[in-house]
Design a protein around this ligand. Structure first.
Ligand code: FES
Length: 468
């Protein structure tokens, strides 16, 4: 028996790591500009190794339970504060059959209403719309509400003596803001957003300054797969060597780090500028540097890519990206660590949001179920860039809605290399949805470490769907 197999059989579930390779923390510890505490920490916990049932991805009745027990009880990212900067600005957030008007009612107060008239139910504002309102007036018979939700007018009031206007305010959902994000929750009894996210994550997000970012690019696309499959495609780096071979040369994929925080947050850290363990020994440091790509490759145009003797690709990339992103964003990044400049940090906020607080890959993802088809889901990619230090704050980019057959590269402003990656990530999903429906096996099998985020996420799904 080989040493490797002996080692494996003597380990408990979840203890094994990519053999013979530096850990993410060891790679980061060698950086020149040191990383802060939220980077230099680990929080993995083994959660079992049973299969996860496939019903959740393929059954319409499961999706209905999610509407009733999961979506109705969880905090969800509805919009950014920058979408509604002035009193009267509103943004319609739709979630399946649900729809909400999120509006600023005072400089320091945001409220959200069920987007439905209290007369005969007509939506007060169309789905996916946004704008400015002095009142919310129903397009059918003209009942209207003030932006604070109080009833303003009932047409032919003489015919509605049974309607007490003071009791006909628009029903509200809870609203809280965090780091420039506006979250809503339909559940009056849900914990606060801070309690829901947990103390570890709150310490992380409060150090990122995401409130000082703006939406530079927003792309949406309907994907032919259940929303949970769509999300899970982005929860691990295990797929990189097979799905994205063009970036594996400069991506520590099999030695990425995975962490869980409470019930609702998990993350990975995937180091860049280092060789994939799958390709160890096949490429030089110069090769790694030459093949490195980043979310916005235009910032590297014209850069000197010749390494000096003993210099590492990772250090050169961190130095180059720091100066280039500083210039591009008119921002001072001198105190930002190499890891934050370079690496991919991916956090899932249950149920449907990913935050990437790094500098080179500054995305937010949001996933929503299709209103009537559990086999489709809406995938949204936002790029959040630092607000320039001078000049007015840029307006948030309007969404670019791609058709299902279009490439992400067709979205104006999308880096072609990153568009390729998103295409590769999403092209597997139809096959996965169809394969799960065709399978003789009733569940999916997960790796103990590299796929812990999926198990952690699905355990939370199970808990909510069970009504716990
Ligand atoms: Fe809205 Fe009649 S349905 S006023």
């Amino acid at each position: 028996m080989s040493d490797q197999v002996l080692e494996k059989t003597s380990q408990k579930g979840g203890e094994a790591r990519c053999p013979g390779e530096p850990t993410t923390q060891e790679i980061i510890a060698n950086d020149k500009v040191k990383a802060p505490g939220w980077v230099c920490s680990e929080n993995y916990e083994f959660m079992g190794d049973e299969d996860i049932s496939s019903d959740r991805y393929i059954r319409a009745d499961y999706a209905q339970k999610e509407y009733d027990n999961l979506w109705a009880r969880t905090w969800q990212f509805a919009c950014r504060e920058e979408h509604i900067p002035e009193v009267g600005d509103y943004y319609v957030y739709d979630l399946g059959r649900y729809s909400f008007i999120v509006t600023r009612v005072a400089d320091d107060k945001i409220q959200a209403y069920y987007n439905a008239c209290l007369h005969r139910g007509t939506k007060l504002r169309p789905s996916n719309s946004e704008g400015y309102a002095e009142e919310f007036k129903c397009p059918f018979h003209g009942w209207s509400w003030n932006i604070d939700g109080s009833n303003k007018d009932v047409i032919c009031e003489w015919d509605f003596p049974h309607v007490e206007k003071e009791k006909f305010g628009l029903p509200q959902v809870r609203v809280e803001t965090l780091a420039g994000f506006v979250f809503i929750n339909m559940d009056a009894n849900a914990p606060s957003l801070e309690e829901y996210m947990g103390p570890e994550f709150m310490a992380h997000i409060n150090s990122w300054g995401l409130e000082n970012r703006y939406i530079a690019l927003h792309v949406t696309k309907m994907i032919p797969a259940n929303w949970k499959l769509n999300m899970e495609a982005f929860m691990e780096a295990y797929h990189v060597i097979e799905t994205h071979p063009q970036v594996a040369v400069s991506n520590g994929d099999a030695n990425s780090q995975y962490d869980t925080y409470g019930e609702h947050v998990n993350r990975f850290i995937s180091t860049l500028g280092v060789i994939s363990p799958h390709l160890r020994g096949q490429y030089t440091e110069q090769d790694i540097l030459d093949q490195f790509t980043v979310g916005d490759s235009s910032v590297l145009a014209g850069a000197d890519r010749k390494l000096a003797e003993g210099e590492t690709a990772r250090q050169r990339m961190a130095d180059m990206l720091r100066s280039m992103f500083s210039a591009a964003a008119d921002a001072d990044l001198s105190g930002v660590s190499d890891s934050e400049i370079l690496d991919c940090f991916s956090y899932t906020l249950f149920p449907n949001t990913f935050l990437f607080p790094g500098i080179s890959l500054p995305m937010v993802y949001r996933f929503r179920p299709h209103p009537t088809d559990h086999r489709q889901s809406l995938y949204e990619v936002f790029f959040l860039r630092p607000v320039p230090q001078t000049g007015p704050r840029p307006d948030p980019a309007s969404p670019i809605h791609l058709e299902p057959h279009q490439s992400f590269k067709e979205a104006e402003g999308m880096d072609p290399g990153f568009g390729d990656i998103l295409d590769q990530d999403t092209e597997n999903l139809l096959l996965q949805q169809q394969g799960l429906e065709a399978s003789a096996k009733p569940g999916i099998t997960l790796g103990n470490y590299q796929e812990i985020r999926i198990r952690h996420f699905e355990y939370a799904v199970d808990k909510y769907v069970a009504g716990k």
